[in-house]
Design a protein around this ligand. Sequence first.
Ligand SMILES: Cc1cc2nc3c(=O)[nH]c(=O)nc-3n(C[C@H](O)[C@H](O)[C@H](O)COP(=O)(O)OP(=O)(O)OC[C@H]3O[C@@H](n4cnc5c(N)ncnc54)[C@H](O)[C@@H]3O)c2cc1C
Length: 495
Amino acid sequence: MVYDYIIVGAGMGGLSAGLNLAFNDKSVLIFEKNSLPGGLVTTFKRGRFEFDASLYDLMDYGNEENAGSLQKLFKKYDLEVETEPIPYNVRIKSIDDKFEEVIKGEIDDWVLRLEELYRGSMSTFRALLPLLKEVHEALVALRKNKDNIEKDFPNFVKYLDKNAYDALVDLNLPTYTIHVLGYLWIEIGSPLNKLSFIDFAECLYKYIFKRPVALKNKNVDFALKLAQRFEELGGTIYYRSNVVEIRDHNDLKEVVLSDGAVYLAKDIICNVSERFALKDLIKEDLPLAWQKENARTISMNGLVVYLGLNKSYQDLKLYNYRYYQFQNLNSVKNIKSMRVLNHHTIEAVVPNIVNETASPKNTTILVLKTLYYDDAWKGITKENYYQTKQELADKLISEFEEAFHVDIKEYIEEMEVASPITFAKATNAINGSMFGPMRLGLDNSIHRIISYPDEVIPHIYFVGASSIFGSGVDNAIYSGYYITEELLEEERRKS
Ligand SMILES: Cc1cc2nc3c(=O)[nH]c(=O)nc-3n(C[C@H](O)[C@H](O)[C@H](O)COP(=O)(O)OP(=O)(O)OC[C@H]3O[C@@H](n4cnc5c(N)ncnc54)[C@H](O)[C@@H]3O)c2cc1C
């Protein structure tokens, strides 16, 4: 049988692409090397705890009155997902700046607090809000190939070439307010002076206007739900099916599995990173594709410590959903500090704050994460791997205790540590990177949307974190929809 599409990988991007294609009556086969769908969006069990590996904030879902793109998509596929709004409840600390604040309440409370801290924040921040909306609407229009972008969205065009830092300075935001607003981006490693303002604005737009939600169920249930709907719509998933080669076969594409089985399709959708596909799956010489890929910066990798604690979050005094500690609030300086294994940047999440049933009664899940820029893990060998991983995990726990004045160690009942090697093994992510190619410099969403029609590998398309909209579950899902919609549209135009 010749499939219309074969998809490599059942991560969020692959499942989303599969859903849209199957919904449009295409024959679709997904190969997934693991035995469950979801990729990074998965769950694992240790003792009486079920840990979600990655998804704690789902962006662009919105609520009943103000649906985000994901909610609209799920409605179209008749998919019901139970969610819980996430309150603004973030504790941020910066060592060099001697800064410690809790962002909580509604957006207006936050703005008032920023005004108290840095005069001039309120008026300039309020003036920023219509610009965020304009950027969002312009991006939607651009995706629909609208022509009169310049006329309809003049401010979008004005800030198109600016980096986030310069744009916010231009908009007169006080310097420290700029640094505080940038905290989300420090976490995924993009210095504000290299991040396009448009990408920054779109993220802030989603954060403010389509408030992030948490899933009521576990990561794996969400992934299984998408996979089940895909199969109900006529799609097929083969698990434990590791793709090792994609090659040409007359006018078709051949996909080869590790057991030697060969399958045929007209087009291939890759939910693996472009670099991995070019390096390991496609054996042809593709200089143009390599040229483009080599110009991209692969995102940071990191260490994640999943802790099951045998006390309630109230007893542990873990009152915040998210915790961040930075060396410096200035993203450029902070990222410099993250080039070594022993640095002080920590991100933590306490899922029980939003969802009481995240773990058994009177217990708490705490997930600690620290990220590394460049080649910080280069010196790790087979001999020192386990010891280094454990030492870094212990240090991360101690630092968290010290930073936020809490006692954690004596209440640890379960502990799992994931390193860049763990993530690389799980999803084939290059270098164990957590967020695909970063949106930096010219490699930003705008450039990716505009240059998409010039993709350089015929009949192979990329979805997921490696694709147009970058990392994050919302972007991975949206890319799966967007790329397949473009393909379907092209087909409609031709027929
Ligand atoms: C610790 C952590 C926390 C995070 N928190 C959040 C959060 O709160 N909110 C958010 O929006 N995002 C979060 N993210 C990011 C988010 O999880 C990812 O951006 C998103 O899940 C990536 O999806 P993807 O479609 O690119 O696929 P991936 O998850 O990378 O999946 C790729 C799939 O392809 C399969 N595959 C790979 N190679 C092959 C092969 N050769 N043959 C067959 N199958 C193959 C893999 O097994 C995998 O299932 C987090 C990430 C991490 C690591």
